[in-house]
Design a binder for this molecule. Structure first.
Ligand SMILES: Cc1cc2nc3c(=O)[nH]c(=O)nc-3n(C[C@H](O)[C@H](O)[C@H](O)COP(=O)(O)O)c2cc1C
Length: 219
């Protein structure tokens, strides 16, 4: 099939767009409001942007009433946010934390997860999550939408610190991703869970290319 994305005339019962880039990692973003209320919400429009230095982004569409999502607002106002890895074990809590609730609701409590203090930033980390990044807000790129929901704040942050639960660090120095069981989105209401992996090295790759692939800075 072919359709013009600008017209969105795909003719299917369900819009295929979000299912064509999968699985999308879920940035489970914690922030703290200017009034000190802990906030937590999942963002599958989330990615690592680069690694030297380390930058990540999440893209927050506007709320249904046209206001900005709390995670974007808090990150900008306080200058900080935390990425927590969303896992299969934590899937129900991830989903509960996606509810649109008033800004004065502590979404850690709502989702029933523990608060672990961060070292360099104020927002708490999700205690049960195997990985967290402490991030300093860098910039927002605001993309105008064709609808209220379509307008989006792409929030970029620099990663200041990384936490990894020791039990998921394997003797050879790699992470036990399969053991962590991160979840990703497949579009619609469908999710997947990382349960298998395979290795590929670019044929004939030199040291510089390998450095990039491995996420280390080349000299
Ligand atoms: C798995 C999952 C992924 C989501 N990804 C996004 C996203 O990328 N962008 C977005 O605006 N909303 C996304 N949502 C919806 C937000 O989590 C939801 O609007 C939430 O209430 C925002 O909370 P906040 O206002 O506290 O930031 C997602 C929801 C779920 C369950």
């Amino acid at each position: 099939m072919f359709y013009r994305a600008t017209e969105n005339d795909h003719g299917l019962a369900f819009d295929p767009f979000k299912s064509c880039v999968v699985p999308r990692p879920i940035g489970w973003i914690s922030t703290i409001s200017p009034d000190g209320v802990p906030n937590l919400a999942p963002y599958s429009q989330f990615q690592i942007l680069t690694f030297d230095p380390h930058y990540v982004m999440f893209a927050a569409n506007q709320k249904t009433d046209g206001s900005r999502k709390d995670s974007a607002f808090n990150a900008e106002q306080t200058g900080e946010f935390v990425y927590n890895m969303a896992t299969y074990e934590l899937r129900q809590a991830v989903n509960i934390s996606a509810q649109e609730v008033p800004a004065d609701v502590d979404e850690f409590k709502l989702a029933g997860v523990g608060k672990a203090p961060s070292r360099l930033v104020k927002p708490y980390r999700v205690k049960e999550s195997p990985v967290q990044y402490e991030c300093r807000y860098h910039q927002t790129l605001r993309l105008p939408g064709k609808s209220v929901l379509g307008t989006v704040d792409v929030v970029i942050g620099e990663v200041l610190a990384v936490h990894i639960k020791d039990e998921f660090i394997m003797p050879g120095g790699k992470l036990d991703i399969i053991g962590m069981k991160p979840i990703g989105r497949l579009g619609y209401y469908d999710f997947t869970c990382v349960e298998t992996s395979f290795e590929m090295v670019i044929p004939g790759s030199n040291e510089e290319l390998r450095a990039g692939m491995e996420g280390r800075a080349a000299d």
